[in-house]
Design a protein around this ligand. Structure first.
Ligand code: SF4
Length: 440
């Protein structure tokens, strides 16, 4: 059972899918740094690729992703041409160095493409990069998933798929602009399994308009019955000042902070009782899943896709807005689709904003990742910082974390406070106002 300490969750904090976070990106780092980082990749260094497809058949009102409607074939094909050009430019810079072990397709919804376009894109990637049998994963929108897509995924050897499920409640689906009957999810899961996709993730959301604990419980029942290997249970972040599409959501009907905490607690209890292991602060995995094994063996990591067992130090993002991570650099591709296309088609790298990571950033990144991944973080060098012990004290007093011999570890009851604890070691967080979502 988790205990609610509202004062410890009052401050908006980042999700820490990177450190420094994207909020620290600026034009001070860009394509020139990207060239340098790509040229520093060693011949057999493990590399992961992330390919961004910023299109969806329909746009959900709550969505925080960079995506647009896939309503014009010409727009999609122009984007794919630019993506192909970018892939070739990056591969040329790598010059055969780096070994691609994983390729993740995300968005948006990669299945906004036609299956044949996806297969052609995969063939381009295999041709351009040094890779053998990479682990292939994809994010899918069940509303635009077709039998042809299931066959294409089988043919491609995709082993992991993540479905945007969010909620099974029809009234809440209508309130968030994402209507997808339960039968559709069931059919998608069956088609994926029949075509060799061994690991399926459901994204679920709590804190939606009109949602209460009973409603969330019913959604969890439906999810558990379909037995996905992984479940990510996120809190809905209502930030219409940053995401205008969220203005369509009735904010007066959103659950309060205490109710959100109760829902997060309920999700944790229901899923762990159903045999899932809690991973970090918002993921769950069946014990045989690679993510659960990684956590048990102390190999869990956190990157732009959330908690992962991927330990590659180089993650190359391809596509508009995609972020690449190198040991000393985080860099985001051009967001504007027109400028992205122009630069990519001109044979340029498209990095536009980013941050160079100095030794201090890397030390803090290590602490934050260790904390969020459940390991003991070496915090001794930071304890003398002005006010840090005072800020840490309430977390320790409530048993949310344990500090022993300069090592700090979040306790099981401290999981919902993970981001708030991590923020204590973030040198860029002084007063960020409403820039981030609430910590639960
Ligand atoms: S399908 Fe996913 S990416 Fe597309 S609009 Fe909906 S939530 Fe956003």
């Amino acid at each position: 059972m988790w205990t609610y300490f509202p004062e410890l969750l009052a401050r908006p904090v980042p999700r820490y899918t990177s450190y420094p976070t994207a909020a620290e990106f600026s034009p001070a780092a860009g394509a020139i740094d990207q060239v340098e980082a790509l040229e520093a990749v060693a011949p057999d260094q493990p590399v992961s690729l992330y390919v961004h497809i910023p299109f969806c058949q329909e746009i959900c009102w709550y969505c925080g992703c960079n995506t647009g409607r896939a309503n014009r074939a010409q727009r999609l094909s122009a984007y794919l041409d630019a993506l192909t050009a970018e892939i070739r430019t990056v591969a040329t810079r790598l010059g055969g160095r780096g070994k691609v072990n994983r390729i993740a397709f995300g968005g948006g919804s990669p299945n906004a493409l036609a299956p044949a376009e996806f297969l052609a894109l995969l063939a381009t990637l295999r041709d351009a990069f040094s890779t053998d049998r990479p682990i292939l994963s994809i994010e899918l929108d069940p509303r635009s998933f077709t039998p042809d897509w299931a066959v294409a995924l089988g043919e491609a050897g995709v082993s992991r798929a993540s479905l945007g499920v969010q909620t099974f409640d029809p009234a809440i689906q209508a309130a968030i602009g994402r209507v997808q009957p339960r039968a559709l999810i069931g059919e998608t899961v069956a088609a994926l399994r029949a075509n060799g996709v061994a690991s399926i993730n459901f994204d679920l959301i709590y804190g939606l308009p009109g949602q209460d604990q009973a409603g969330l419980s019913a959604t969890l029942d439906e999810a558990i019955a379909l037995a996905p290997e992984r479940i990510a249970l996120f809190g809905y972040a209502h930030v219409p000042h940053l995401l205008p599409r969220q203005r369509r959501i009735d904010a007066s009907n959103l659950p309060g902070q205490d109710e959100r905490f109760a829902m997060a607690t309920l999700g944790h209890e229901r899923l762990t009782a159903a045999g899932y292991e809690a991973i970090g602060f918002d993921h769950f995995a069946l014990p045989d899943d690679a993510l659960a094994r990684a956590q048990r063996e102390g190999r869990l990591h956190r990157n732009f896709q959330g908690f992962t067992e991927d330990d590659a130090q180089v993650l190359i993002g391809l596509g508009a807005t995609a972020i690449s991570a190198f040991p000393d650099l985080l860099v985001q591709n051009e967001k504007n689709s027109g400028r992205y296309r122009m630069r990519a088609m001109a044979g340029q790298l498209t990095g536009e904003r980013g941050v160079r990571r100095d030794a201090e950033d890397r030390r803090r990144a290590h602490v934050i990742e260790d904390l969020l991944c459940g390991r003991i973080a070496t915090v001794a060098p930071f304890l003398a910082e002005d006010g840090l012990r005072d800020r840490l004290a309430p977390f320790l007093a409530h048993g949310l974390a344990v500090l022993e011999q300069g090592g700090l570890q979040i306790t099981p009851g401290g999981r919902p406070y993970g981001r708030a604890l991590a923020a204590l070691f973030d040198r860029y967080r002084i007063d960020q106002g409403q820039r981030f979502s609430t910590a639960i």
